[in-house]
Design a protein around this ligand. Structure first.
Ligand code: SPV
Ligand code: MG
Length: 301
């Protein structure tokens, strides 16, 4: 599956190999990594670092827009950001579609619109609309399993070439492993291509328990935000397909911006900061201004 034919700003200009399809990354049999992006710049930086795919995160897109991660940002706002992420390079993008912004009809519309903008995958979680970020305690009513399966089937029927990741929040909602497994089974039957099992524990016990019981019936995707200290080799051994580093780009940027603002305020100047921040030239390079010079030679008389 290729991204739609938008002119890539960075694609093909730096002698890099073609990006893999998202389905190859998720179902390819070796552990893959998706890096969080919340705008075109963070996407370009992730590509430059060598990542092979991107996670368009609901938390970080919302935060960067100044919204909370409880569907304050509309599906059309998220879709507009997805377009900037897709256009920023050549990497396949898995979009965090939250709970689908409503019922089956909203979910399939979201799938169609992000596909039109060039995303290759959609992740839907089994919560109600509006959802709440998984790390806010105690506010996670789950969707009825059959109703959520209808959302999945509607997306598959409408956009069959979209990689569909079904995310269960059963463990986030403290509903236990049996419920997580039975929901994952139902979502597999409804046509999901992979299962995202989310956990808020600080260790990987739930993830390893899930993978033992699940036996790779579909590829397993995880988000080690709270259990970040677990070595990746443990997930490889557990047969996990894909790790999503879901928010580190924005958290790194927030820490750096806070430091820069505090320094400038305190020192009433930027001298001590200058060598520690990206140069303007660096921004030109990330946005591939060289391509524009070439294009001007070709098109401007
Ligand atoms: C996101 O990045 O928005 C996610 C992951 O969905 S989490 O914040 O852990 O719920
Ligand atoms: Mg999210």
């Amino acid at each position: 599956m290729q991204n739609l034919e938008y002119p890539d700003r960075n694609g093909g200009h730096r002698g890099e190999a073609a990006a893999p399809d998202l389905s190859e990354l998720i179902a390819g049999g070796t552990l893959s990594f998706l890096m969080e992006a919340h705008d075109g710049l963070s996407a370009a930086i992730a590509q430059e670092a060598g990542f092979q795919g991107l996670w368009a995160s609901g938390l970080t897109i919302s935060s960067s827009l100044g919204y909370r991660d409880c569907n304050e940002a509309s599906w059309s706002m998220v879709t507009a950001v997805v377009e900037r992420i897709v256009d920023s390079g050549r990497l396949p993008v898995l979009v965090d579609g939250d709970s689908g912004f409503g019922n089956f009809n909203n979910a399939r519309l979201l799938g169609k619109k992000i596909r039109q903008r060039g995303a290759q995958g959609l992740c839907l979680e089994d919560k109600l609309y509006p959802k709440m970020n998984s790390f806010i305690e105690g506010r996670h009513p789950l969707a009825d399993t059959a109703e959520f399966c209808g959302r999945l089937r509607a997306v598959k029927d409408t956009t069959p070439d979209l990689v569909l990741v079904a995310r269960t929040e059963a463990l986030i909602a403290n509903r236990g492993m049996d419920e997580a497994i039975s929901r994952a089974n139902a979502y597999a039957q409804a046509g999901a291509d992979a299962i995202l099992i989310h956990s808020k524990r600080r260790d990987a016990a739930e993830i390893e328990d899930f993978t033992r019981q699940w036996q790779n019936r579909l590829p397993v995707v995880i988000v080690p935000t709270t259990y970040y200290a677990t070595p990746v080799s443990r997930f490889r051994d557990a047969g996990v397909s894909t790790i999503i580093w879901a928010n580190q780009n924005l958290r790194a940027a927030a820490a750096a911006m806070r430091r820069a603002c505090a320094t400038i305020k305190l020192e009433e100047g930027v001298v001590s900061l200058e060598d520690t921040i990206a140069s303007v030239k660096d921004l030109f390079s990330l946005m591939n201004y060289d391509e524009l010079v070439e294009a001007e030679r070709r098109y401007l008389s």
